[in-house]
Design a protein around this ligand. Structure first.
Ligand code: TXA
Ligand code: MG
Length: 350
């Protein structure tokens, strides 16, 4: 299949391109588009056959439901049976933005979107290209992250191209995404608000509006099944092995030096994705691939870079990626959730 690639202006997306892409969505085709979190792979969310193509293109397990992307808060009422007042308040506060709501679904939503569940996930992305596309298409757009299943999510159009070229109909290139980690998935289909996937909007921010917020115990307890089916799979993993090193910058630096030496001696190529603070301690080390992914005091940069750096390590031919852990608060919670999954929970105490 030929995959079209359109460059669009982020802030003022060209009308003719958006119209073409929106027409393709309405015709049941697959178009990838930028959001403020990661690139999404979009299809008409009310067209069961179109939605099934998403699963085929990504190699995504059929029991993992999709998020419907809308352009207005009012659109939620056509898709959800109930919208609790607290959910509405959160929508008014955080939309457009990286917060997804799980709500009881209405009949018109195809089973392919929800993987047969009685709930549906909905969010309004904060990106001019995404919003223009959804508005023009006139339908909710079902979209998972536009990577092949299991690989790190795409934060640039080139990542989508690498993963899905020839398998989808088009890619809208609106430049690099903002946050670089996916949205927070918040279950509001039951009595208490529960975070099913930590993301761009933090637990602390949600709690300010609704009081107590819970975190799905299945995210931490390996004996329990996570409620978001997507959280049970190995995920966000590059081809290279990922290992997290935990400790003070001094200890981390020392431990990494030793590990690099050891891997070197057995001919393994190491990639180091480390923070400024650790680089300051480690100084001139000779290693196959390295990148400063920002300061621990500004996790926005780390989040923005992490997926594309995991991909860059693969492109460079790295065998083992050594990277760090973060405190699980604020954006650090989402970052650690993704890193632990990409490392298959392989953490070394420095
Ligand atoms: O930032 C994002 O959320 C990006 C952009 C493209 O919007 N999308 C994204 O979609 O990350 P995806 O499909 O990669 O992840 C959606 C997550 C999965 O873990 C899925 O299992 C969960 O949301 N999910 C979707 N519908 C659900 C439902 N009804 N109940 C529980 N979990 C649900
Ligand atoms: Mg995904």
């Amino acid at each position: 299949m030929e995959t079209k690639f359109w460059q669009v202006s982020r802030d003022e997306p060209q009308q003719d391109i958006i119209e073409l892409a929106a027409l393709m969505i309405r015709e049941g085709k697959l178009v990838a588009f930028p959001t403020e979190t990661v690139y999404g792979l979009g299809a008409n969310g009310l067209d069961s056959q179109a939605v099934q193509k998403i699963f085929a293109a990504k190699g995504r397990p059929g029991d993992n439901p999709l998020i419907l992307h809308v352009a207005e808060i009012e659109d939620v009422y056509t898709l959800a049976r109930q919208v609790p007042p607290a959910a509405r308040m959160l929508m008014e506060k955080f939309w457009p933005g990286p917060l997804t709501f799980v709500l009881p679904k209405k009949e018109l939503i195809p089973d392919a979107v929800t993987a047969g569940l009685d709930t549906v996930a909905i969010r309004m992305p904060d990106h001019p290209v995404a919003r223009a596309l959804i508005k023009k298409a006139g339908v909710p757009i079902a979209a998972p992250s536009a990577n092949r299943s299991g690989y790190p999510s795409p934060t640039q159009a080139g990542h989508v191209w690498d993963d899905l070229k020839g398998k989808i109909d088009g890619v809208l290139d609106g430049g690099a995404t903002g946050i670089g980690l996916e949205s927070t998935v918040l279950d509001m289909s039951e009595e208490l608000p529960v975070i099913l996937r930590p993301g761009g909007i933090t637990k602390e921010e949600i709690a300010e509006t609704v009081g107590k917020v819970y975190i799905d115990p299945g995210l931490y307890d390996t004996k329990q099944v996570p409620k978001a089916p997507g959280m049970k799979y190995t995920h966000y993993s590059p081809r290279a092995q990922v290992i997290l090193v935990q400790g003070t910058p001094e200890n981390t630096a020392r431990c990494i030096r030793e590990m690099v030496k050891e891997y070197d001696s057995c001919g393994k190529k190491v990639g180091l994705l480390l923070t400024t603070e650790t680089w300051e301690k480690i100084k001139n080390i000779k290693v196959f691939y390295h990148k400063n992914i920002g300061s621990r005091h500004n996790l926005l940069t780390v989040a923005h870079l992490i997926y594309s750096e995991l991909r860059n390590c693969d492109k460079a031919g790295v065998d083992v990626i050594l990277t760090e852990t973060y405190e699980e608060q604020g954006l650090g919670t989402a970052l650690m959730n993704r890193l632990l999954k990409s490392a298959g929970h392989h953490v070394i105490e420095a």
